[in-house]
Design a protein around this ligand. Structure first.
Ligand SMILES: C[S@@+](CC[C@H](N)C(=O)[O-])C[C@H]1O[C@@H](n2cnc3c(N)ncnc32)[C@H](O)[C@@H]1O
Length: 234
């Protein structure tokens, strides 16, 4: 079900201190392919990861408990970390220019429980321990309605296998999208996978975030409807 939301932000960051870099919206399609499918590793392709270095990544030295997949410009990641100081939020993003900017804000504001990682999640998440993550946010990711762009979508049976593995018992995936075809794709992929059940946001399955993602704020400004739903493990 598509709905409008009017989130308020917890963030107390003065973003004027951090000029936002210009970001190209359309990047090479190779960025969305696994590294093993590429003949050579392009210089702009994110490195693979052998092992998580939590103590280096988080100011508090503890491992991630929450993953923000495709964190984009990081507005949600930063607000999330400030609003929930008890969780460690790891943002994953393929565009390094965004990662460098987010990391600049995290360092400038000394936020101990946020980290943004330059990585393409299409290569899997083998460096995250099984059962270690409380919830994953997958917000406005994969905005590829055109058929010829579907191969860029990260959301797949393989990704669900990985999320099923890393989530703790009772773990959830929070979804939002403003592209109806993407919602259909996500719901049908989850139904076919069989390990998760999708719920519309309700009293029983609440949306626990009263701060917005950057894309969500854009949709709110332009009055573009979007849907939010929650997947629980069976
Ligand atoms: C439309 S943006 C949404 C960003 C943010 N979640 C928001 O709601 O504002 C989707 C983001 O997912 C990132 N992304 C797409 N495929 C990815 C992948 N395989 N691994 C990591 N990030 C990816 C894109 O670069 C983009 O920044």
């Amino acid at each position: 079900m598509f709905m409008k939301n009017s989130p308020k932000s917890h963030a107390v960051i003065d973003f004027r201190r951090y000029p936002i870099p210009r970001v190209r919206h359309h990047v090479s399609p190779q960025l969305y392919m696994p590294l093993q499918q590429q003949l050579i590793r392009p210089a702009w392709y994110p490195p693979l990861i052998d092992a998580a270095t939590w103590a280096e990544w988080f100011g508090n030295g503890a491992p991630a408990t929450v993953i923000d997949l495709g964190c984009g410009r990081g507005g949600f990641l930063l607000a999330h970390a400030l609003a929930f100081p008890q969780v460690n939020v790891l943002g994953i993003e393929v565009r390094n220019v965004l990662i460098e900017w987010i990391q600049g804000v995290i360092a400038g504001e000394a936020i101990p429980n946020a980290h943004a990682l330059w990585y393409s999640a299409v290569n899997g998440l083998p460096w995250i321990d099984s059962g270690s993550i409380d919830y994953v946010t997958y917000l406005f990711a994969d905005p590829w309605p055109k058929k010829r762009h579907h191969k860029r979508r990260l959301f797949s049976t393989e990704l669900l296998d990985e999320l099923d593995r890393i989530l703790a018992p009772g773990g959830r995936i929070y979804f939002a999208t403003d592209v109806p075809e993407v919602e259909e794709h996500q719901r049908s992929t989850i139904a076919a996978h069989g390990r998760f059940v999708v719920h519309d946001v309700s009293e029983q399955y609440p949306w626990p975030f009263d701060f917005a993602t950057d894309q969500q704020s854009f949709c709110d400004r332009k009055e573009i409807p979007y849907s939010m739903y929650v997947a629980t493990r069976r």
